[in-house]
Design a protein around this ligand. Structure first.
Ligand code: G3P
Length: 227
């Protein structure tokens, strides 16, 4: 499963990118607004921090077809080839996804709340569709169940589109979807840290170090003990 950081805080992005096997960063206008800074400048800094190979998802702002296509071109020229342009999965968005796919620009049908929205974005040629698990849960529906249904539809009709599951509130949701074979997930830094936030893991690591020190004459590593 591809794993992305759903955040625009450069410090957090760099911390996670250094430690975890992360594929890139996903943003949306609200995530960028949380930085309180010029969104174009923030996107440029994320690209420069991650390098040209990382995948960055960035969203168009207009809601008409030509405006979406124009913003998509602007984002690709700002951030380079390894950019996936997020397009809201509304009627105008499906058309923009179709036009951009024909040009070879990779898109993500975002703001997905229903399986049929995912179907339409996939059929329009989106490389990804991004359903919002937590927001679906908050509407009184089963977000994880809804995403599984979307995956079933994509598999059944043999679309290459990957689901980029988004809006997680905990690692259980990520585990459920990873187990189901969802191809990509984007999570806030706290949710990614939560994948390994477990007292038993910390205690096991502490015990291994303590046991080594009992017989290593105070040397705190194998390299040090060899000398
Ligand atoms: O990027 C879109 C999605 O992750 C939104 O998440 O937490 O605002 O529901 P959230």
């Amino acid at each position: 499963m591809e794993l992305y950081i759903d955040d625009a805080d450069l410090k957090e992005i760099c911390r996670l990118y250094e430690l975890y096997p992360i594929d890139g960063v996903t943003t949306n206008p609200s995530i960028l607004a949380k930085t309180g800074r010029n969104p174009v400048q923030v996107l440029k800094e994320i690209r420069s921090a991650l390098g040209s190979e990382a995948v960055i998802f960035a969203q168009v702002i207009p809601t008409d077809v030509s405006g979406m296509v124009r913003d998509a071109h602007a984002l690709v020229s700002l951030l380079g080839d390894r950019t996936v342009v997020k397009i809201p999965s509304i009627p105008e968005g499906f058309r923009a996804i179709r036009d951009l796919s024909a040009e070879g620009i990779r898109t993500c049908g975002t703001v997905v709340y229903t399986p049929l929205q995912a179907y339409l974005a996939a059929k329009s040629g989106a490389a990804y569709v991004a359903p919002y698990i937590n927001r679906i849960d908050n509407m009184g529906f089963d977000g994880v169940g809804m995403v599984k249904k979307m995956q079933d539809i994509l598999d059944l009709h043999e679309y290459d589109t990957k689901i980029l599951a988004a809006s997680f509130k905990n690692s259980q949701q990520a585990l459920d979807l990873c187990t189901y074979g969802i191809k990509a997930a984007t999570c806030a830094p706290s949710v990614i840290d939560g994948f390994v936030n477990n007292a038993a893991i910390d205690s096991a690591v502490r015990n291994f170090v303590a046991d080594f020190l009992k017989v290593s004459n105070g040397k705190a590593s194998v390299a040090e003990l060899i000398g």
